[in-house]
Design a protein around this ligand. Structure first.
Ligand code: 2HA
Ligand code: ZN
Length: 275
């Protein structure tokens, strides 16, 4: 089967374009990765090239040995993915030690996988383990309102989670485990990958101060929907803060406890502090 005709590649391209349409991917901003199922690898095996050399990942991900990923290319523009996917995205294979990768398809005009490959792969390794192999998508975007909030709120998981929960009733149902926050760090390397993947042990959302957001999920819909929900709530909060520093009313800790009961979610008490 042609790689471009597969459901997972089409879903990947649609998600990338949805993100671009949201205004989250200026220039070459953002990156996306998807961990293929063995069945999906089998379906395209005759279309994969084995001419490329192995390249060090820059970190070690033994939990991903032998896995295949569809990833965006470093320096490629999300805006162009829908127009010329073969030039903008690639399928990579991780070696049997989890230390090297090689390109098996795509990036036909040259290039390498996303500059945030370390973070993507370390997040995938954590999520594969803690979700019992269910999560397959890691998404990074430059979400405008969430970035703006990192200049206004203390960079604490408890504060971001609580403020985002309060601004849209669906939030505690969509991300009951909360969100994590990483203080400003140099992007594109192992240190920020370690900090982010540590948060991914307990959250599906990691916010990078003054930069953007990472989300994890089982499929494209769920992962995009999570990013979209967090960013929508951040937009509401930015509108509130823009109009007035004072709120007349909001959702209270006991309201969240009542919601948790009816919607069958567990909301950690550390987010339900008295203000
Ligand atoms: O340019 O978003 O974090 C891609 C990025 C780096
Ligand atoms: Zn970025």
């Amino acid at each position: 089967m042609r790689v471009l005709d597969t459901k997972f590649v089409r879903g990947f391209i649609k998600m990338a374009d949805d993100g671009f349409q949201q205004g989250w991917h200026e220039r070459n901003g953002g990156n996306l990765s998807y961990r293929l199922t063995p069945h999906e690898v089998d379906g395209i095996s005759s279309r994969l090239s084995d001419r490329e050399d192995w390249t060090p990942i820059g970190t070690s991900v033994p939990g991903l040995a032998g896995e295949y990923f569809l990833v965006t290319g470093s320096g490629k523009y999300f805006r162009n993915i829908i127009v010329d996917p073969e030039a903008c995205i690639a399928i990579i294979e991780v070696d049997s030690k989890g230390e090297n990768y090689r390109i098996r398809w795509g990036l036909v005009e040259g290039g390498v996988p996303t500059s945030e490959l370390d973070t993507h792969l370390m997040n995938h390794e954590v999520k594969k383990r803690v979700t019992d192999n269910k999560h397959r998508v890691i998404y990074h975007a430059h979400t405008t309102n969430t970035i703006a909030l990192t200049f206004l709120l203390p960079l604490k998981d408890e504060v971001f989670t609580r403020e985002l929960w309060e601004c849209a009733t669906e939030c505690p149902v969509v991300f009951p485990e909360g969100v994590g926050v990483v203080g400003w760090m140099v992007p594109g390397g192992r240190d920020i990958a370690i900090a982010t993947s540590k948060l991914m042990e307990q959250y599906n959302v990691a916010i990078w101060a003054h930069h953007g957001m990472f989300c994890s999920g089982v499929d494209f819909d769920e992962t995009f929907g999570l990013m979209h929900t967090v960013e929508k709530s951040a937009e509401i909060l930015i509108k509130i803060l823009s109009v007035s520093p004072k709120r007349l009313q909001s959702i209270q800790p006991q309201d969240f406890r009542d919601l948790a009961k009816d919607f069958h979610v567990t909301l950690p008490e550390k987010f339900l502090y008295e203000k």
